[in-house]
Design a protein around this ligand. Structure first.
Ligand code: NAD
Length: 299
């Protein structure tokens, strides 16, 4: 059997960002509307700093207004909630993202719950989770939204009746991913750390989305020939081959093995990762349009 098609998430995300840039141009020209995204970072977590820098850069690249608030690590919850209040009522800001994780004195649920659901471009607010679960239009978490776009790019628009396995039940990836696939009329199984026979669940699946955080968990003999495999995992593992001892990035899927049986597979890096920020930008356009009662421009 030929090796799987390697899904180029980087190229797909570039295409999506250029479509977002066209939408922004159109909104400026026809409605004098510049979508604005505010990103809030508390503390100096190095990985978070990298994410925030790249979000800011790509927001500016598509022509949107970008605002970054960097707060000291000892910021109180009250101070952060006050900042969010201000962003909620700022008419030039249409999307608010608070970078997680937050320092331990701050309750992330209180913060996510404070963001106006109409500006919740991460889609983590309970109102948006409820809308997704009940099929109402709302803002959808970026990573699963990006995964669904890649799946449809491979399998076409009609996923109806397909067996889908989501491994992982987090609020930010696993659960919304399962809801999105259910809304596409897939038969969805959600596996997690207590699942008894994960291999058997995987062997039945036409679509596997792995969002676990366990390096190379999904093995070649778990995968049905021809299945579409989406690897959300981002794990840093020791790399004895690197002369400087730099860690290697790998996913939750044994890529080298699984690509020999799957129909299509995302690599790590270069698969799901780039889609997350592209979907964040798309969500900001969606939010800006909804807040101003205008249709999202078709480009
Ligand atoms: P999480 O830790 O919140 O959830 C992990 C889930 O995996 C849990 O539901 C748990 O029950 C399940 N699990 C753990 N061990 C398991 C096992 N052995 N078998 C089956 N299920 C098991 O993680 P998360 O936030 O959902 O992230 C998952 C992975 O995706 C991480 O590697 C994370 O870095 C990555 N991630 C990537 C992006 C991206 O943009 N590419 C975005 C978010 C998360």
């Amino acid at each position: 059997m030929a090796d799987a098609k390697i899904i180029d998430g980087k190229a797909f995300a570039e295409g999506l960002r250029s479509r977002v840039a066209e939408q922004v141009k159109e909104l400026k020209a026809s409605h004098h509307l510049t979508p604005g995204l505010a990103v809030v970072l508390v503390g100096q977590d190095p990985a978070s700093q990298i994410y925030v820098r790249s979000k800011t850069k790509l927001t500016e690249e598509v022509g949107m207004k970008s605002v970054q608030h960097t707060l000291p690590v000892d910021t109180s919850q009250k101070e952060l909630l006050t900042l969010i209040d201000g962003l909620n009522s700022d008419p030039e800001i249409h999307g608010i993202l608070v970078q997680l994780p937050l320092p331990k004195q701050i309750d992330p649920q209180a913060v996510l719950g404070k963001i106006d659901p109409a500006k919740d471009v991460d889609g983590f607010h309970v109102i948006n989770a409820g809308k997704l679960a009940t099929g109402a239009p709302g803002l959808v978490p970026c990573t699963p939204l990006g995964c669904l776009m890649l799946i449809k790019d491979v399998l076409g628009k009609d996923l109806s009746g397909m067996q889908a396995l989501v491994i992982g039940r987090s609020n930010i990836v696993g659960k919304p991913m399962a809801q999105l696939l259910l809304a596409e009329s897939c038969t969805v199984t959600v596996a997690h750390s207590r699942t008894r026979d994960l291999a058997a669940e995987a062997q039945r699946a036409d679509i596997i989305v792995a969002a676990v955080g366990v390096p190379e968990l999904v093995k070649k003999d778990w995968v049905k020939p021809g299945a579409t495999v989406i690897d959300v995992g981002m794990n840093r593992v020791p790399n004895p081959d690197d002369p400087n001892g730099k860690a290697r990035l790998c996913g939750d899927v044994d890529f080298e093995g699984v690509k020999q049986v799957a129909g299509a597979i995302t690599p790590v890096p270069g698969g799901v990762g780039p889609m997350t920020i592209a979907c964040l930008l798309q969500n900001t356009v969606t939010a800006a349009c909804a807040l101003n009662d205008i249709e999202v421009p078709e480009v």
